[in-house]
Design a protein around this ligand. Structure first.
Ligand SMILES: Cc1ncc(COP(=O)(O)O)c(C=O)c1O
Length: 384
C-alpha cells in the first residue's frame, strides 16, 4: 500500500505507522537473536529472557507501576480481560459494569451471567457527553454491593476519559475490586495505575503504546491473584501446576519475544518524547478535528470538551449512512477511518447510534495538520 495515497486516521483500532525503532528492533531480534525466553540456559535463551523482562519493565513505567513482576504479558487486552474476569470471579460474585465496555469485557461478563456464575448489573454515565460521577457511583455501589467494578478508562467510541482515580477511590470505600480496561488509554494519556490504587488493568501494545499486534498484558496489584486461564509450559517442568507467583503464573507457552522487543521500542519512543507532551499535541489536533466535524454538520458522540476526551471522535451525519461515508472518505481522499459499532454496542446505545453506527476518526502520534486539511476537504466534497 503506497504511503502517499493514504491518510491513516484509525489509530484506535491499531496505531500506524510505528516509530522506525520498532521494526528495527524486531528485525534485529529475528536476524541476530531469535531465542526462546525461559527455554534453555544458553546465551540466546538468556538474551530472550532479558528482552521479556525489558518489555515488562517498560510497560510498568508507562502504566505507572513500580513492580514489573505484577505485569503479566500476553497477546493483548482481550486476553488480559478474559484472564482477569474468568480468573478472579467466583460463583455468587456480583459485578457492576459500565455499559460502554468493549465486547472484550461485555461478552465474558454476559457468558458468566448467562451460566449463572455471577450476578451482573450495568451502570452508565449520566449521558453520552459526560463522564461518570463518583457520587452517583458511590450510591450505586452502596445499593448493589458488587465484588467487582468493570469499566474502561477511555471509551473507544465516546472518547471520554474517566476520572479513574476518583472512581477507584469510590469503589474502594465499598471494598470493591476495580478492573479497568486501559486499552485506549495506555500510551495515549498519562497513567498512574499504582498511585490510583487500580486493582487490575488490561492494556494492549498495538494501539497507543506503538508496539506490534499480538502484545499486551494484565497488571494485577499485589494481593490480586487470578487463577490461570491457560496452563502449559513455563516454570519448573516437574511441577503439576503453573508457578504460584505472578507474572509466570499467567504466562504459559512460548513468549512472543519478537513482538515484545517491538513493544519495548515503541514504549521507549513514547517515554523519550513524553506521553503528556504527545497528548497535548494530539489534543490540539483534536480541537481542529472537532471544529471540522461541526463545520460539516456532523453530530459528535461523547463530550464536546477536548479536555474530557482522548484524541478520537466518532460522529454521524444526518441522512448519511456511516459505512458509506467511511468508504467514500477512502475512495475520494484515501482517508482510512472506521465505521460501524466498534465492538461496543452499549456505547452506541447510550449515544443513540445503536442502529446507525458511526464513523470514527482516531489520531495517532504521527498525524499532522495536513492530514486534517485533507479530511476537511474530502468531507466537504462528499457532503456537498
Ligand atoms: C476499549 C477496548 N478494549 C479492549 C480492546 C481489545 O484489545 P486487543 O486488540 O488488545 O485485544 C480494544 C480494541 O479494540 C478496545 O478498544
Amino acid at each position: 500500500m503506497s504511503e502517499s495515497r493514504y491518510i491513516y486516521l484509525d489509530n484506535s483500532a491499531t496505531s500506524w505507522p510505528k516509530p522506525p525503532a520498532v521494526a528495527e528492533a524486531m528485525t534485529r531480534f529475528l536476524d541476530e537473536e531469535g531465542g526462546s525466553a525461559g527455554r534453555g540456559s544458553h546465551t540466546r535463551a538468556i538474551h530472550a529472557a532479558a528482552s521479556v523482562f525489558a518489555a515488562r519493565e517498560a510497560a510498568a513505567r508507562l502504566l505507572g507501576v513500580t513492580r514489573p513482576q505484577r505485569i503479566c504479558l500476553g497477546p493483548g487486552a482481550t486476553w488480559a480481560l478474559n484472564q482477569a474476569l474468568y480468573g478472579l470471579l467466583k460463583p455468587g460474585d456480583r459485578v457492576l459494569a459500565c455499559v460502554t465496555n468493549h465486547n472484550a469485557v461485555r461478552r465474558p461478563l454476559l457468558d458468566l451471567a448467562r451460566r449463572r456464575v455471577i450476578e451482573l448489573d450495568w451502570f452508565a454515565p449520566p449521558d453520552h457527553t459526560r463522564p461518570h460521577e463518583p457520587a452517583e457511583l458511590d450510591r450505586l455501589l452502596g445499593e448493589k454491593q458488587p465484588r467487582m467494578l468493570c469499566l474502561n478508562h477511555v471509551s473507544n467510541v465516546l472518547g471520554t476519559v474517566q476520572p479513574l482515580a476518583e472512581l477507584t477511590a469510590a469503589a474502594h470505600a465499598h471494598g470493591v475490586l476495580v478492573l479497568a480496561d486501559v486499552a485506549q488509554a495506555s500510551g495515549v494519556v498519562p497513567l498512574e495505575l499504582e498511585r490510583w490504587g487500580v486493582d487490575a488493568a488490561a492494556f494492549t501494545g498495538h494501539k497507543g503504546m506503538l508496539g506490534p499486534q499480538g502484545t499486551g498484558g494484565l497488571y494485577a496489584a499485589p494481593g490480586v491473584e487470578p487463577i490461570p486461564l491457560m496452563r502449559g509450559g513455563g516454570g519448573t517442568a516437574i511441577a503439576d501446576d503453573m508457578p504460584e507467583k505472578l507474572p509466570e503464573r499467567l504466562e504459559c507457552g512460548t513468549y512472543n519475544v519478537v513482538g515484545l522487543v517491538g513493544l519495548t521500542a515503541g514504549i521507549g519512543w513514547l517515554l523519550d518524547r513524553g506521553v503528556e507532551d504527545l497528548h497535548r499535541r494530539k489534543t490540539r489536533l483534536l480541537e481542529r478535528l472537532l471544529a471540522i466535524l461541526e463545520k460539516n454538520g456532523a453530530r459528535l458522540l461523547g463530550p464536546p470538551e477536548v479536555e474530557k476526551r482522548a484524541p478520537l471522535a466518532a460522529f454521524t451525519v444526518p441522512d448519511r449512512d456511516a459505512n458509506r461515508l467511511a468508504a467514500d472518505l477512502e475512495e475520494h481522499g484515501g482517508i482510512q477511518v472506521r465505521s460501524g459499532l466498534h465492538c461496543a454496542p452499549g456505547a452506541h446505545e447510550l449515544a443513540g447510534t445503536r442502529e446507525s453506527g458511526a464513523v470514527r476518526v482516531s489520531l495517532g502520534a504521527f498525524n499532522t495538520e495536513g492530514d486534517l486539511d485533507a479530511l476537511d476537504r474530502t468531507l466537504g466534497e462528499i457532503l456537498a
